[in-house]
Design a protein around this ligand. Structure first.
Ligand code: VG1
Ligand code: CO
Length: 541
């Protein structure tokens, strides 16, 4: 065992979901080690306990995982459960932490950010409930990074992660586990696999785009091998260190191969994609896109069709920028709906307290109390189970939902790679207008309130402030502005737009058309073009 002296790095502050930086930054001597030691320094009582470790297979995964194994050993973990080849999806890590009562887990991923030697790497710590470390933990880790002076590591050859089985490293047992098995077993306990098997037997067609990222092996085993979907259902199914040069973010812009298929002639009946680390999902029908906010509402409204949820939902939680479509379902069901800040870490306490069963975010994230992360393949299986039970198309299910609950037109406009100072100025400018905006009229819309969202956790009463500027209109429409906490360079401005339409004769409209006036109001109030120097958003979802 060696103790190495080090000096602190600036900026090792975890964002919305872990620490994300360019690979080159992580490759600096001691950079990764400092952060990992700071995680361990912020924890108490892990000696002899179990750590779960894995990543999405992006460039630097292999190198980082060896370093972390040696540091976990030197710091006194009793056992490390590590995915074969160092691979585990984010929801699989969450499931494994819970199944084996681990102390916590480390996930190596920058999620939907691109990978490769010149792209992004990331690291995230999850606590014993299987969920992302809450803000008090990430803050403690950050404080340790500022004062770190040494780290502990064992001097040993690399561990062979290619074969399943048990090894020892120093005093620590290293168990190389199958990346998929525990997760696949859990999925089988939640859904009606026989019903889904019947669906595929009847000739149902589907494509799942793993985007060359972590879900490939999971989707092949669960969809093709277990549920009988034909070979070729899973596309881009081999995890690559650079995700094939793509951007593993399942949306209409980046999942273009799937989108082309689903909007082409002879399109399959169902399309889905997942992100780099497997926690996001996109749902498509034949020439039809389901917005993530609607998806959450539809899963909730159809939960009675799913074995694990048929006895009812305790409640629903959605992040603040997510549309209120789920709120309407919760209201109809007579259950609570919670509004949390962006990021899955805010759902953990609600799930642990049994206050909610389903959670979702507009950013292609949905999940439930089966783990403490959002879960891409879980959402796909949930949809498959609904499709099998209802024998209707994706489009029909969504349209019937709108007819019953009304439609929440929704869109997010992202301005990526904006100058940080200018982006902060834009937010400042909104702050300055905050008290003057209420009651002002813009065309048909009158502003009811304007605030910077803050949240008090109902279980531990912790307070999170500055979570995004909300402009609420009298008819329930909303515009939200916030800056991304997952980027690595410059700033990303996210503008979230929502309006509610009860009239079903207008439900066929394209969201960008229905939201046109609100989009104009957002520009008038925030002067997006002036501050960002951009004529149009980089990505529209
Ligand atoms: C984004 C999304 C947020 C999500 C987070 C992590 O954060 O908006 O909803 O929880 O990514 O998802 P931000 O701060 O960039 O808006 V993932 O799939 O990157 O773990
Ligand atoms: Co992700």
């Amino acid at each position: 065992m060696k103790t190495i002296s080090t000096t602190s790095f600036q900026g090792q502050k975890p964002g919305t979901s872990g620490l994300r930086k360019k690979v080159k930054v992580f490759q600096q001597p001691h950079y990764l080690e400092n952060f990992v030691q700071s995680i361990f320094n912020s924890l108490e009582g892990f000696q002899g306990q179990t750590l779960v470790l894995g990543g999405d297979g992006r460039y630097y995964n292999k190198t980082a995982i060896q370093t972390i194994l040696k540091m976990a050993t030197a710091n006194g973990f009793g056992r490390v459960l590590v995915g074969q080849h160092g691979l585990l999806s984010t929801p699989a890590v969450s499931a494994i932490i819970r199944k084996y009562s681990a102390f916590g887990g480390i996930i190596l991923s920058a999620s939907h950010n691109p990978g490769g030697p010149h792209e992004d790497f990331g690291i995230k710590y999850n606590i014993s409930n299987g969920g992302p470390a809450p803000e008090n933990v990430t803050e403690a880790i950050y404080q340790h990074t500022l004062s770190i002076q040494e780290y502990h590591i064992v001097d040993a050859p690399d561990v062979d992660l290619s074969r399943l089985g048990n090894l020892t490293l120093g005093q620590t047992q290293i168990q190389v586990i199958d990346s998929v098995a525990d997760y696949a077993d859990l999925m089988e306990t939640l859904f009606d696999f026989d019903q889904i098997r019947q669906l595929f037997k009847s000739g149902f067609t589907m494509r799942f785009d793993a985007m060359h990222a972590i879900t490939g092996p999971y989707a092949r085993i669960i969809l093709e091998e277990t549920l009988g979907a034909p070979a070729g259902t899973v596309i881009n199914g081999t995890p690559l260190e650079d995700f094939g040069g793509g951007h593993p973010d399942p949306n209409l812009t980046y999942a273009h191969e799937l989108v082309k298929l689903m909007y082409g002639d002879a399109a399959p009946q169902f399309g889905a994609a997942a992100d780099g680390d497997g926690d996001r999902n996109m749902i498509l029908g034949t020439r039809f896109f389901v917005t993530p906010s609607d998806s959450l509402a539809i899963l909730a409204a159809n939960a009675h069709l799913i074995p694990d949820y048929k006895t009812g939902l305790a409640g629903i939680a959605r992040s603040m920028p997510t549309s209120a479509a789920a709120d309407r379902v919760a209201e109809a069901m007579g259950i609570d709906c919670y509004e949390t800040p962006t990021g899955w870490k805010f759902f953990g306490n609600l799930l642990d307290a049994g206050k909610v069963t389903l959670c979702g975010e507009e950013s292609f994230g949905t999940g439930s109390n089966h783990v403490r992360e959002k879960d891409g393949l879980w959402a796909v299986l949930f949809w498959l189970n609904i499709l099998a039970a209802r024998s209707q198309s994706v489009e029909t299910i969504v349209r019937e939902h709108w007819a019953k609950y009304g439609r929440n037109f929704y869109s997010r406009h992202d301005y990526e790679g904006v100058d940080s100072q200018r982006a902060n100025d834009l937010i400042q400018n909104l702050h300055h207008q905050m008290t003057d905006l209420p009651n002002q009229k813009f065309g048909a819309y009158q502003i009811e309130f304007c605030d910077d969202f803050s949240y008090i956790d109902p279980t531990d009463h912790s307070i999170s402030t500055n979570q995004g500027i909300r402009i609420g209109f009298q008819d329930g429409s909303r515009i939200v502005f916030r800056l991304s906490g997952t980027g690595v360079e410059g700033a990303t401005l996210r503008v979230y737009l929502e309006s509610y339409e009860p009239d079903s004769t207008k439900h066929h409209l394209d969201a960008q058309v229905a939201l046109k006036e609100l989009i104009g109001i957002a520009e008038t109030i925030a002067q997006i073009k002036k501050y960002t120097g951009r004529e149009a958003p980089t990505v529209i979802t």
